[in-house]
Design a protein around this ligand. Structure first.
Ligand code: CP
Ligand code: NVA
Length: 306
């Protein structure tokens, strides 16, 4: 049994399979062709933080695969009344076939997985957002081909998205130019994780414009992630120069793409003319969450389909 708790949990070979499978699953979806490998299977989705894309993509995706879903939040389950996470895992995983969790600390999802009888998927923690990077790389491949040897510029917070990009770079052989304000740097050890080979896969820049130079993809995220709202005012000041604008896009390669996991704040981490401009692929990126997660759920439950 495999869990998907961080990007490092799958190999480059497994990612190659998933990207191919996601393309096929997407093609079938667009053609209204039935694809029901998960009939009678149930996905439990546990949300301790808000969501639009993750909720809709997992829920719609599971139904499209022929399965069904149970949606739980902290407020409407015993999770919010201090039932130990291990006990919740023992109970929930006896009744469903797959669990997706969006929560705070990575340790919480690891504790759940430790007691789960079924595969667990990380739908975002403070530390990682692997399903999003899976969709982002799939989107890059759709538009530009292989990401191997390419350069991604990360402009903004050293957060869950940045950490996951670093894991992916080490695993899939591309480079990340990271520019964060002072005090919001990436924790390199955590980002790369056990077994990760980071040599040459990332480089730090104090100037975000320099980070964008020669990049094939420029990407950013909110200045204040969920769970850090108390720091909002301090962050607004610290991040003022980390707004992706036309000048940064002009420093990147002429065919560079722009991505943002969304939700976005125009005029904060990105200017409207960039996110709504011709280089932006944010809507494909959002849609692709569903296609790659369908491939992922199928893989975790059924393995490779010949
Ligand atoms: N990108 C993403 O995970 O969006 P939601 O918070 O809406 O799920
Ligand atoms: N970094 C953001 C991503 C939201 C999808 C957060 O954790 O809130």
């Amino acid at each position: 049994m495999k869990h998907y708790l961080q990007f490092n949990d799958l190999s480059a070979d497994e990612y190659a399979y998933l990207f191919e499978r996601a393309a096929l699953i997407k093609k079938k979806f667009k053609a209204y062709e039935k694809h029901h490998p998960l009939v009678d299977r149930t996905l439990a989705m546990i949300f301790e933080k808000a969501s639009t894309r993750t909720r809709v993509s997992f829920e719609a995706g599971m139904y499209q695969l022929g399965g069904s879903v149970v949606h739980l939040t902290t407020g409407d389950s015993q999770l919010g009344r201090a039932e130990p996470i291990e006990d919740s895992a023992r109970v929930i995983s006896r009744m469903v076939d797959l669990v997706m969790i969006r929560t705070y600390e990575q340790t919480k999802i690891e504790r759940f997985a430790g007691q789960s009888r079924v595969p667990v998927i990380n739908g975002l923690t403070n530390e990682f957002h692997p399903c999003q990077i899976l969709a982002d790389i799939f989107t890059f491949i759709e538009h530009r081909g292989s990401i191997q040897g390419k350069t991604v510029a990360w402009v903004g917070d050293g957060n869950n998205m940045a950490n996951t990009w670093l894991q992916a770079a080490a695993l899939l052989g591309f480079k990340v130019h990271v520019s964060t304000p002072r005090g919001y740097e990436i924790d390199e050890k955590m980002a790369v994780g056990a077994g990760g080979t980071s040599a040459g896969s990332y480089q730090f820049f104090s100037n975000p414009l320099e980070a964008c130079q020669g990049a094939d993809l420029v990407t950013t995220d909110v200045w204040t992630s969920m769970g850090y709202e108390a720091e909002n005012e301090a962050r607004k000041k610290a991040f003022a120069d980390w707004c992706v604008d036309a000048e940064m896009m002009a420093a990147a390669r002429p065919d560079a793409l722009f991505m943002h996991c969304l939700p976005a704040h125009r005029g904060e981490e990105v200017e409207a003319d960039v996110i709504d401009g011709p280089q932006s692929v944010v809507w494909d990126e959002a849609e692709n969450r569903m296609h790659v997660q369908k491939a992922l759920m199928e893989y975790l439950l059924l393995g490779r389909i010949a």
